[in-house]
Ligand binder design. Structure first.
Ligand code: PBG
Length: 316
């Protein structure tokens, strides 16, 4: 009876698994702060995708870890067609054409300072407009490699419109734009920055992205910013992180008719694992409750590092 009147269900079709890919052919390298997550060489990445698809996962989000020797202040390697991201997209799409591939549009894996864009004349602050031009090129390069949705995660102003225009002009009218529409300058990204090496690039100083990411205190500004992305042509909107921003998710759900995604980020994942390791929380129960809460608040889709594990449970 309870099952019949349950209002919200977790479905494998809602889950997007973020995956990290790295150069070379070393065995999968575990990411210490994200138990169960690895940096994969391309062959292992394709195998991981195959397992996810077999459990019913429909979409993956790929993040490259770029070798430090390819990083520079301008992130020039971002549009090198032979960099690991493009090779990974091509390999996954070739092996699993039906698996939806989502890629991040941001320069942080490629910049020596770890910021999502290029810096302005002061050498410290990201130059919004110069960055937007680079992001549009990056999005086209990702679409060219076969990405189904490009996901600008940088939070520059005006980038959604510029990316949509660039994709259309380059002959990719069907490539979707999933906008990280309300992305906060959050302390929960730590393990991810470790995984892609952007923190290491920044020299272990706190990477301060407050000139482009949202102030965690601001809900109204988050809605304003998210709805601008809709006006500029986004196909889906995302709120990130998820758990601490359920109010934003809820309000955005009421303000837009676009599909909504939420990103349960690396720090949210790490917290649950850390407490479970100590025996303080039940891993699977808290995992499911955290995701149910995100869904109940209004997310249609959830980026979560738990996607594969949950899919395996659901398909049992
Ligand atoms: C960077 C990017 C970040 C994440 C996804 N893309 C980190 C950041 O903005 O510094 C975070 C994901 C996570 O923490 O799981 N463009």
């Amino acid at each position: 009876m309870r099952a019949m009147i349950q209002e919200t269900q977790l479905s494998v079709a809602d889950l997007i698994q973020p995956l990290f890919v790295t150069d070379g052919d070393a065995p999968p390298e575990p990411i210490a702060s994200m138990p169960g997550m690895y940096r994969y060489a391309i062959g292992d990445l394709v195998d991981a995708c195959r397992r996810l698809a077999a459990d019913g996962i429909l979409a993956v989000a790929l993040f490259p870890r770029i070798d430090a020797r390819h990083k520079d202040a301008d992130g020039g390697f971002a549009t090198d067609p032979d960099n690991i991201l493009y090779r990974a997209i091509r390999a996954v799409k070739e092996a699993l054409p039906e698996l939806l591939v989502i890629t991040d549009v941001a320069l942080d894996p490629y910049t020596s300072h770890g910021h999502d864009g290029v810096l302005g004349a002061d050498g410290a602050t990201v130059d919004n407009d110069a960055t937007v031009a680079r992001l549009a090129e990056l999005a086209v390069a990702e679409a060219t490699a076969g990405a189904d949705w490009v996901a600008p995660s940088d939070m520059m102003d005006g980038r959604i419109g510029a990316i949509r225009q660039a994709l259309d002009a380059a002959g990719f009218p069907d490539t979707g734009v999933l906008a990280y529409a309300a992305k906060f300058a959050s302390a929960y990204y730590g393990p991810f920055r470790d995984a892609v090496g952007s923190l290491e690039a920044a020299g272990h100083t706190a990477l301060d992205k407050r000139t482009y990411q949202l102030n965690p205190a601001n809900r109204r500004e988050a809605l304003l910013d998210a709805l601008l992305d809709e006006t500029e042509g986004a196909d889906l909107l995302m709120v990130k992180p998820a758990g601490p921003y359920l109010d934003v998710l809820r309000e955005l759900r009421q303000a837009t008719r676009l599909p909504l995604a939420a990103y349960q980020v690396s720090g949210e994942y790490a917290q649950i694992h850390a407490a479970a390791e100590r025996g303080w929380l039940d891993l699977e129960a808290v995992r499911d409750e955290s995701l149910l809460g995100i869904k109940r608040a209004g997310a249609d889709l959830i980026f979560t590092y738990f996607a594969g594990a949950l899919a395996a449970t659901l398909s049992r």
